[in-house]
Every structure is written in C-alpha cells, then in structure tokens.
Design a binder for this molecule. Structure first.
Ligand code: UDP
Length: 238
C-alpha cells in the first residue's frame, strides 16, 4: 500500500491517504511538543519507537478482544490503519496522581488511587483541551451517551491490560491518554497511539520517569528513556 496525499499533519504524526478510501498511512515524526505547542524539540528515534511500541500494544489489546484501528506495520515509522472519524475526546485513565491532576487538585505526584480515575478532555487546541464530564460531552454532541458508555468501558479495560503488561516488565503505568474513532458503520475502535508520548511510565524500583515528562520537565536522557522502555517491552524482562 502506497501513500497518496498528505491528509493531515499533526505535532507528532503525518497522515496520508491510500488508494483504498477506508485505509490511511500514519507516519511518525521525531518532533516533540509540550504545553499545547509552546515547547518544541526533537527526540531522536522517537518516531520509530512510538510507531512500533504503539503497534505492539494495540496488537496485544486486539488479541484480548479490544477493537483497534491497526491494520499492519509497513516499516519502522509507518503503519497502515483503518480510516476513522476521531471522537474529539482525550480519554485519560489515572492509577496514580501526576501531571495536571496533581496540579489541579493539589495532590502529591505518585499518590496511588484506590480505583482508576477516568477523565475526559475536549480535544481542542484553541481552547487548551478543557476538562469535561459526560454531560458536557453529550451537550456538545462530541459523542452519544451510548458511545460514552462504550468508551468508558474500553478505557478501563485497556488500563487493566496495559497495567498488567507493564507490571510484568517492572514498570508502573501511572496514567495514559487514548483516543477513539468511529468506523464507517459507527463501530467505536481504539485509534491514535499508545507510547511514551501518551503514557506516564515509571520504573517500579527506582520510580525514574521513562516517558515524555523527561522532555516536558527538561530532565535529560529522553532518547535513552524511550529506548529503554521499548527494550523492556520487547524483552519482557524486569
Ligand atoms: N496526555 C497526552 N496528550 C495530551 C495531554 C495528556 O498524551 O494532550 C497524556 C500524558 O502523557 C499523561 C496523561 O495523558 O500520560 C495525563 O496527562 P495530564 O492530564 O496529567 O496532562 P499533562 O500533565 O501532561 O499536561
């Protein structure tokens, strides 16, 4: 399958049409942004790592019954996916307090929750991705009540599966963001990516951050952290 025209260029990915109207090619870039595009940089090798990690994780989720947009990996940084209409929600699941949750509610980073916390943000850069609840999402017609219920169920299921997978590799899944899309027949599937750009991953022993927070907070060793997380995913070692 070959790329036709550039359909969309985002902060970390380019999306191309293909001869098949139902399929798109996603091409991952090394570019990184944070704080709604205010901070910009490059993370060498990130595109290839995020592409391959996202595909491995989505394939693992598919195997356990989660529908995703994944079709097949084409090369280290490109993947063939089903074309979906993205539901404009950032679906966040948290196991420990961090990032915007810690800041907003004054809770120390690393504080565990008794049960996972699900959060929606409105995917809208101009508005700064504001936090919203089910009623807001329904009022804004971002998704139907039925879709919101499915998305909630899927998000918790993804959390259970990914937590187990990362725990086996000595990594704590602190939180993550996923996005869902609708296939032409209306079916909701997991889309976008799952990578150190979209997850907080901490070493279970040292609590060292192995994700995009190293870039956001200028902690150094960004490339090395991404490489290490990929290595631990594929080797399955602690
Ligand atoms: N996240 C993301 N894209 C965003 C916002 C958040 O992938 O636009 C991820 C982020 O990497 C983290 C989780 O969602 O794993 C929760 O992020 P949070 O709300 O704490 O926001 P942040 O502190 O990253 O601004």
């Amino acid at each position: 399958m070959e790329k036709q025209e550039l359909l969309y260029e985002g902060k970390a990915k380019k999306v191309y049409t293909t001869p098949d109207p139902e399929l798109l090619i996603v091409s991952y870039k090394d570019d990184a942004t944070a704080f709604n595009g205010l901070k910009k940089g490059t993370i060498q090798g990130k595109g290839a790592i995020n592409n391959q990690m996202s595909n491995l994780l989505m394939a693992a989720l598919e195997k356990r019954g989660m529908p995703t947009h994944l079709v097949r990996e084409l090369n280290p940084r490109e993947t063939l996916v089903k074309r979906v209409a993205i539901v404009p929600l950032e679906v966040i699941v948290r196991n420990l307090a961090a990032g915007s949750f810690s800041k907003r509610y004054g809770v120390e980073e690393g504080t565990p929750f008794d049960e996972p916390v699900l959060e929606f943000s409105y995917k809208n850069d101009e508005l700064g991705d504001p936090l919203l609840n089910d009623d807001h999402a329904a009022a804004l017609k971002l998704a139907t009540r039925e879709e919101l219920a499915v998305i909630r169920e899927y998000a918790f299921q993804i959390n259970r599966l990914l937590r187990e997978l990362w725990t086996d590799r000595g990594i704590i899944l602190v939180d993550f963001k996923v996005e869902f899309g609708r296939l032409p027949d209306g079916t909701v599937v997991l889309a976008d990516e799952i990578s150190p750009d979209t997850c907080r991953l901490w070493d279970a022993q040292t609590r060292e951050k192995l994700d995009k927070d190293r870039f956001r907070r200028d902690l150094g060793g960004v490339e090395e952290a991404y490489r290490q997380v990929m290595e631990r995913l594929t080797s399955g070692l602690r």
